[in-house]
Design a protein around this ligand. Structure first.
Ligand SMILES: Cc1ncc(COP(=O)(O)O)c(C=O)c1O
Length: 414
């Protein structure tokens, strides 16, 4: 993050496709801040205390596991189809804290390993590195299903005396690839997880930003064996500054309620030392919005969803136009939602290339190798379309296409 903001600061006129931040134009802060009193009055009535006492209560530390667990449970059901009871929700400081707590709690011994698709979200790589936990990449072979490579990884690790404890993935509009896992793949992944007792950490920040096709149920909604912890966040549906997310636990852990209760206790203990609690003022803001919206953010998210869809369309049209003379130069996917598109280049593109590209052509593209767990992905870039205007997208893609051509011409000239 520091490196990216340095590059952006050193090249103020550059167009950046690097940041996966949501668009500020979609934040309705003035309106949202006004809902805190609504929450305050609601909780005052529920607890039979006066509004002033409820306001003071919001200023306190609060319960480790959170204040708005009931509203989050309702929201998970309405917006994601994930059934969860309030006592199974732990409110966290964004999804990042939920991720860190889960990794550290599930991987208590040196031999415990977490699996992840490759490439994967930098936040999980960082959280694992910070905790001294090994992240094992699933081989990304186009001919093999995710479930099959998951099974192979579990078997290989077990043979090495390791314990695969969790499998982290983003099945909807993946960061960084933009891909979606099919319902068949989801069911197959669940079966492998249940067979080998591996917890699935399902991260879902982009699920509400679907542009086409019908909703594929989250793994947590398909799970009948108690394998999935659903990691939620309000960073993209509302705004990152709320720093409110959650870990929603299954009813049983692999069939045992006692297993889930023990895990919940360990997670709460860990959270109490990581961050003590999640700001009750921030929870009141999220809770107030959920009260106003009757538990679903679908209405609030709709303008943002359309904004990202327009940007995705502009990016696809710009790519087609910019590579019109030779469409075989690059390959790209068509993400059906989310913030990211991936593109394959006819040469490798790493950190130095990224720096050169911004200095000479004024556009920042993110090397996919930054997200790789094994040094692979050398020819791929991630292009984010979430925090740019349509005009910037058109111009940025033109600049990037010029860079690709100039680079090929330079190579050919040698
Ligand atoms: C896949 C993924 N998980 C988690 C996060 C971070 O979420 P939060 O802001 O809730 O910590 C992001 C943010 O970019 C993300 O892309």
């Amino acid at each position: 993050m520091a490196f990216l903001s340095e590059i952006a600061m050193d090249n103020p006129s550059a167009i950046s496709f690097a940041s996966g931040a949501p668009a500020e134009a979609c934040f309705e802060l003035e309106r949202w801040l006004k809902v805190i009193p609504r929450f305050q009055h609601d909780i005052a009535a529920a607890r039979n205390i006066d509004a002033m006492a409820a306001g003071r209560m919001l200023g306190q530390y609060g319960r480790t596991s959170g204040l708005i667990n009931d509203l989050i449970a309702e929201n998970l059901l309405k917006d994601y189809g994930v059934e969860c009871t309030p006592d199974r929700v732990i409110v966290t400081n964004g999804c990042q804290e939920a991720l860190l707590m889960c990794l550290q709690t599930l991987c208590a011994s040196e031999d415990d390993v977490v699996l992840a698709r490759n490439p994967t979200y930098i936040g999980v790589t960082g959280a694992a590195a910070l905790s001294g936990i090994r992240l094992y990449p699933l081989e990304s072979n186009a001919d093999e299903s995710v479930a099959s490579s998951f099974r192979r990884a579990v078997l290989a690790l077990t043979l090495q005396g390791k314990r695969p404890r969790a499998f982290y993935l983003i099945p909807d509009f993946d960061n960084p690839t933009g891909d979606v896992l099919s319902v068949l793949d989801r069911r197959a992944v669940l079966a492998v997880a249940a067979e080998y007792g591996v917890v699935i950490l399902e991260d879902n920040p982009y699920g509400m930003f679907r542009f086409e096709g019908s909703l594929i149920p989250p793994l947590a909604a398909l799970d009948s064996s108690g394998t999935v912890i659903f990691l939620g966040t309000y960073s993209k549906t509302l705004c990152p500054a709320v720093r409110v997310g959650c870990a929603a636990l299954p009813e049983t852990l692999f069939g045992a309620v006692s297993g889930r209760l023990a895990l919940a206790k360990k997670l709460r203990e860990r959270k109490s030392f990581l961050s003590v609690t999640t700001s009750q003022i921030n929870q009141a803001l999220v809770g107030g919005i959920l009260l106003e919206e009757a538990g679903s953010l679908a209405r609030i998210v709709e303008p943002a969803r359309r904004f990202y869809q327009t940007n995705r369309d502009v990016m696809l049209q710009s790519i087609l136009a910019a590579f019109d003379d030779d469409r075989s130069l690059v390959k790209w996917n068509v993400p059906s939602g989310g913030f990211f598109l991936s593109m394959e280049l006819p040469f490798s593109f790493g950190k130095d290339d990224m720096m050169e590209c911004v200095a000479t052509h004024g556009v920042i593209a993110m090397p996919m190798s930054f997200f790789a767990l094994d040094g692979s992905q050398q020819n791929l870039v991630r292009l984010s379309f979430s925090n740019v205007t349509p005009e910037e997208i058109t111009s940025g893609v033109e600049r990037f296409a010029r860079y690709v051509r100039d680079r090929l011409n330079t190579v050919a000239g040698f």
